[in-house]
Design a protein around this ligand. Structure first.
Ligand SMILES: *Cc1c(COP(=O)(O)O)cnc(C)c1O
Length: 408
């Protein structure tokens, strides 16, 4: 979508707002599908924790996507958005057996990543097919907050525990229908990913009732010019070849599943915030926007980079700014950024704001969470209203006190 479209939406809203470009989501979805077009049974399960608005879910469903979920509530949102339970996989970490059982009742595929839970579940429900999440102990890149395949990660069942796992499966008589891995959030090197895939294939050979192999995600998208991005096309070519060889060896065609979040929605998202003021100090020029980490926390939480542009003065002379928010804590969106001259009232746009942005928003400082807009076929549609004062009061109880001051 064009910058002019973003600016008119921003002007109409007049306050901070998220905008998502449906066309870009579709483009990314099709790109992934094309890269694996020779796989007979390809399952793309959108990892909805990245962006969970029900209209985004509904749009991805219309493209043919399934869903990857991490909580009972996400499963329920997915069902509400129209997904059938067979197209939902539940990949939680650290949840109770009760939560897993509640999801089983709703009909979604479950994925277990803890031996104790697996045994408990298998004893109680030997007939419910279960997918197993393994940890291949491969570092896929990125920082330790977002890489989840390494040795001390809390995710997955260690491949060193496979013998133990096999004993549990045998003793409970449970049916393992899928093997899963999710090596982390930044695949920089395809060879590393392929190496982890070999470990998945090796593990899979231990089970004879498999229906699918799930290779997780971690596809990297560029956040700035020159960033490395996962070469999906190359991955498609190489992994497809190995997958076909494996299926031949295994004796039948399995489904190949992925669960991308960021890859599908990151670049489709724009966060726009008006500038409240410019503040010059002896060493710095601050552009203060009408937002903060209550709306977009990734830069402060794990130092992620979001390109910032001035929509209102795109041709202006470039100057250096630190873009900060209004929260009463340090909330710097970007330090020393070169941005076209900013004036009070201008609208700044933050790119790559589709994944893990709105979904991490909060009411900190008692601010409203912003509206979300979907740009679809040249039209802006509100898919979530900005919160209001009623929303802030919702679920709270106001107690009335008649305490007497203690006399001195
Ligand atoms: C978060 C998550 C994903 C999506 O990761 P991205 O980096 O956004 O693609 C996939 N699988 C699981 C199990 C996840 O928890």
């Amino acid at each position: 979508m064009k910058k002019q479209d973003l600016l008119s939406i921003a002007k109409e809203q007049g306050t901070s707002v998220y905008v998502y470009d449906a066309e870009k989501i579709k483009y990314q979805y099709e790109r992934l599908r094309q890269a694996f077009s020779s796989v007979k049974k390809l399952k793309i399960n959108y990892a909805m924790k990245a962006l969970s608005n029900i209209s985004i879910l509904s749009y991805l469903k219309s493209l043919g996507s399934g869903l990857d979920t991490v909580s009972l509530q996400e499963v329920k949102l997915g069902l509400h958005a129209g997904f059938s339970p067979e197209n939902i996989i539940f990949t939680p970490n650290g949840v109770s057996v009760q939560e897993i059982e509640a999801v089983v009742k709703l009909g979604a595929q479950i994925n277990i990543d803890n031996l104790v839970i697996l045994e408990e579940f298998g004893n109680r429900h030997p007939n419910v097919p279960v997918c197993i999440r393994i940890n291949p102990h491969v570092m896929a890149g990125g920082n330790s907050n977002i890489s989840v395949g390494h040795i001390d990660s809390k995710f997955g069942i260690s491949i060193h525990q496979i013998p133990h796992l096999l004993r549990i499966v045998e003793n409970t008589g449970m049916n393992i229908n899928g093997i899963h891995m999710h090596t982390g959030s930044d695949i920089l090197d395809i060879e590393v990913f392929l190496h982890a895939s070999e470990i998945l294939f090796d593990t899979a050979k231990n089970f004879d009732q498999l229906e699918f192999l799930d290779f997780g995600s971690g596809f990297k998208v560029p956040y700035k010019v020159g960033d490395i991005e996962t070469d999906i096309e190359e991955l498609g070519e190489k992994l497809t070849k190995r997958f076909h060889e494996f299926c031949k060896e295994y004796g039948r065609d399995l489904a190949l599943a992925f669960e991308p979040g960021k890859f599908l929605v990151s670049e489709a998202g724009y966060f726009i915030a008006p500038v409240n003021g410019i503040k010059q100090t002896t060493s710095m020029v601050f552009a203060q926007v009408d937002s903060g980490f209550n709306h977009l926390i990734r830069p402060m939480l794990y130092g992620s980079y979001h390109e910032i542009e001035n929509l209102s003065n795109p041709e202006g002379k470039k100057r250096y700014y630190s873009v900060v928010g209004y929260i009463c804590e340090t909330d710097t969106f970007g330090n020393n950024r070169q941005i076209a001259e900013i004036n009070e009232g201008d609208f700044l746009v933050f790119r790559n704001a589709g994944a893990y942005c709105f979904s991490m928003a909060s009411n900190y400082n008692s601010r409203f969470r912003p509206a979300e807009i979907l740009w679809h076929q040249g039209k802006a549609q509100v898919i979530r209203n900005q919160e209001n004062f009623e929303d802030l009061l919702h679920n709270q109880t106001l107690l009335d006190f008649q305490e007497k001051a203690v006399e001195a």
